[in-house]
Design a protein around this ligand. Sequence first.
Ligand code: AGP
Length: 615
Amino acid sequence: MCGIIGYTGPRPAVEVLVESLRRLEYRGYDSAGIAVLDPDRPHSTVVKSERKVEALARRLAQNGENGQIAGRVGIGHTRWATHGRPTEVNAHPHRDCTGGIHLIHNGIIENFRELRAELVARGHEFLSDTDTEVVPHLIEEFYRGDLAAAVRTALRRVQGAYALVVFSADEPDLIVGARLNAPLVVGLGAGETFISSDITALIPYTKRILLLGEGEVVTARPGGVEVTSLDGTPVEQRVITVDWDAEQAQKGGYPHFMLKEIHEQPAALRAALRDRVSETGLVTLPELGIREERLAAFQAVTVVACGTAWIAGMVTKYAIERLARLRCDVEPASEFRYRDPLVDERTLVVAISQSGETADTLAAVREAQRRGSTVVAITNVVGSALALEADGVIHMQAGPEIGVAATKTFVAQMACGILLALHLGDSRGTLDVDTHRRLAEELLGMPDLLARTLAVEPQIVHMAGKYAHARNAMYIGRGINFPVALEGALKLKEVSYVHAEGYAAGELKHGPIALLDPEVPVVAIATRARTLAKTVSNIEEVRTREAPVIALVTEGENPFDGDLARDIIEVPACEELLSPLVNVLPLQLLAYHIAVLRGCDVDQPRNLAKSVTVE
Ligand code: AGP
């Protein structure tokens, strides 16, 4: 949700903070702020903006402060508001009464009302409406010249979720970070140390990343770090080297990250499949770490995930049920743990999350593990909480995704789900070797089909012009393309703010058909499929209500007579099981181009954040 960066080292901190906040802004963008500790000034410099990071940068430039803030220790924050409106006074950093302690935070302090009342009674003065502000005051209460000790004591009083970074003017080269149920990592540079919510912010500076565990506190100086638990016990340090490069997190000539990431999908899919089909032509997932006999013994699968990842889970369900002949439920993670779920040691739980930090998904995973289930994570972020806590991992290998609307990671999630289904089918003996080989080979050919599919973009730009004024839209599909209809509708809603619904094509006549009229375009997925004739009948029903139809069809296989569909988009032919990988691309492009024509902020849609680290 919120983006966090802390720095201690030889560089002017303000430059690192502003540059990093630009990279972190996709996590939340209601307001932004920095605090820099400058030993030559009587007080730390604090600059905030109730708008985006660029407004903060402009304010720094206008004040002429960019060049003048010489401090080499600082913290910066970009906010996604939970408690307190997005105003300047509610923007982070927040401070204690002395003005010596400054702090940034992501998460929710659930007992902030009690703590605030107690602190006010002890004479503390509060300036903001945020839950966060209790923490610097609480640290002030316990501060006796050892910031890390005061942070640990204060956090033992805190309930809720936090990732935070704090400094004190009395210990000028030190920053202290801590996390519980919210992401925080440490970048280990040469003579400099960074603490951030997100690896993406750190890759221009260092690839050596120290992973912090739940309830751990890091004391960071330019020359090194110490990690302890909340009771002060030293903790073994887990350091990984990431292979993302800084270029991947740039727009690379595209006007928006979303468009760049749509075009990166052939490469993202190739990366997701890399080393996962062996020389024998069969799927191999060595990093899964779960033996084949164990896989063969599961009696059911439950997928937990949120948003687009949940939709990828529905595609995974179709694949697992067909190839592994295992009952597979798909649950929104936010619902799963509140309904006494029927999972146990016989259930394989598959948790899908791009970020690996989604609070609802992590909570669902912990609940499933508590009930004895084995959890496999499908995630894009090596070292994320999900990757660390799951019993086995399939890394999506899609590279960083910066656009808030998921695109290339959806394709990578589906690919990993299909790989898992093939592997499960093989382990359980429900998939014959010839079918396995044929599907694996076809999967390896899919990146080329995705590249060909992207050639429809000029046609989609034209269509977007025709439909950009629509206030409602309907998306329909059947079977494994029903989830694709859901995803097409979600993309349109997220980036263009047009109301859209995804429906199983056969369900339309059971209610939503009442919404149709000539002003409601219907996007219909009518590519090669077992149920294509049924979908065509459903499209007839739509046309009878005079709603315009945009139909996705297989190249050279237009199933319609006459003008049943007003607009036709042709996509390359492929096996139905793999068709979601191709079919979602034109729908992403349509959402993108409609959003651009409507003047929307495509990469940072209103009210959204890239990873949702609160429940
Ligand atoms: C997708 O476009 C969304 N922004 C959102 O639904 C996202 O997929 C969801 O929040 C889950 O995120 P995750 O994959 O990081 O867990």
